[in-house]
Ligand binder design. Sequence first.
Ligand code: HAM
Length: 437
Amino acid sequence: MVEKLPTQPYKGSRDFYPPEMRERGWMFSVLEKTVESFGYEKIDAPVIEPIDIYLAKTSEEIVSRQIYSFEDRGGRKVCIRPEMTPTVSRMVSAKIRELPRPIRWYSLPNLWRYEKPGKGRLREHWQLNADLFGASDEFMADVEILQLAMDILIAFKADPGTFNLFLNHRNLLNDVFEKLLKIPREKWPSAARILDKKEKISKDEYEKMLNEAGLTNDQTKIINEYIDNGLNFLKENKSKLSSEYTEYLFKLISFLTDLGYGDYVRYNPSVIRGFDYYTGMVFEIFDEHPENRRSLYGGGRYDNLISAFSKESLNAVGFGMGDVTLYEFLSTHKLIPGILPKTQIYVASFLEEECKKEAFVISAKLRKEGYLVETSLGQTKLGKQFQEADTKKIPIVIIQGLEEKKENKITVKDMKSGEQNIIDEKEILNYLEKYFN
Ligand code: HAM
């Protein structure tokens, strides 16, 4: 016997059947509506990019272990995009002189990373990216991005207490590296990456990595205190650290508190973000549900990425939010509504040829009026056609028999109430308008 081909999708990726596609469409429409309400405009770009754009500043873990890279037929080293930030920066750089500033862009790309699939982690995900370039006041730009990041979950009707926004500053961490740990600048990015992994790996593994990176036991002790003791650590080391970055963070928290986000925003030193391009404020939004306590999405300020593409530099801040973690959050908090198919009308038909043709004529007329109409293909008895409309949750069924046609009458059934009426043909549009509006 010939072996059948597998029907499941590639590991770590998903097929979207109509019910899943409806949920995805709903999620994306809430995302788009929210970012557009802040004046962000949508962009897109190719799925394949030259690998070089990730080599400099994307996280080391992505580049060395997760990227889907290959050589094209012309010998170019390319990859499927694992994130959008280098692409967005490339696009801004290409038109840096002509784009009116500030630049507010968003995108919803599908991204690929060779991950070990698990809860909230897949190999393909869709990611909302919102990025703000070239603001004359960087503090206000940070405020806006953080506000937008929170407004998204609020737009999905998340209640206070269901999530928190944890804030940190890359320069505060660098300050700790420099002044307290006294490790050389070139080691900062690798040390930051190890700290970023702390929650995801075992204590032994974490300590081994720090040790391999050249940190002594004393240095490891200090860095652990920095992460575990939060504000107390900052207070204890106040005289040794620059106050600039903590003051910046507390100014952000106080500004956002005045805007009504005080319930959500907290300083949290364990937020590192594993990408080398972050240069300032960094943040992650965490689900606070006991069954799903995890990072949902995050971002930060990345002022130097544009200069990798352009002679000019431009300040930038943004975040990325994945559909997988968002879905986990929404389902854990029971925030996903039942989303019905969009089709509004089912035009049924009797078995006579003439009736079948008439069903097509009626359907075409209704479509011209803007309705979403499915036409019965007429092979089955009427009862079955009603059943089909019911299974598909189509709210209105219309049918016209030959006798009715002669008398300019038409039958309309409201599938929710079960009410069936024979009405004048010319009344049908009024009936539908009343029903749907
Ligand atoms: P990231 O933290 O790598 O940042 O990804 C952002 C979000 O995308 C994650 O918090 C998560 O929601 C989702 N995500 C990432 N990888 C996966 C995966 N394998 N499976 C499911 N969801 C995933 C970035 O990508 C930055 N480029 C974000 C950014 C934009 N920073 C500034 N602008």
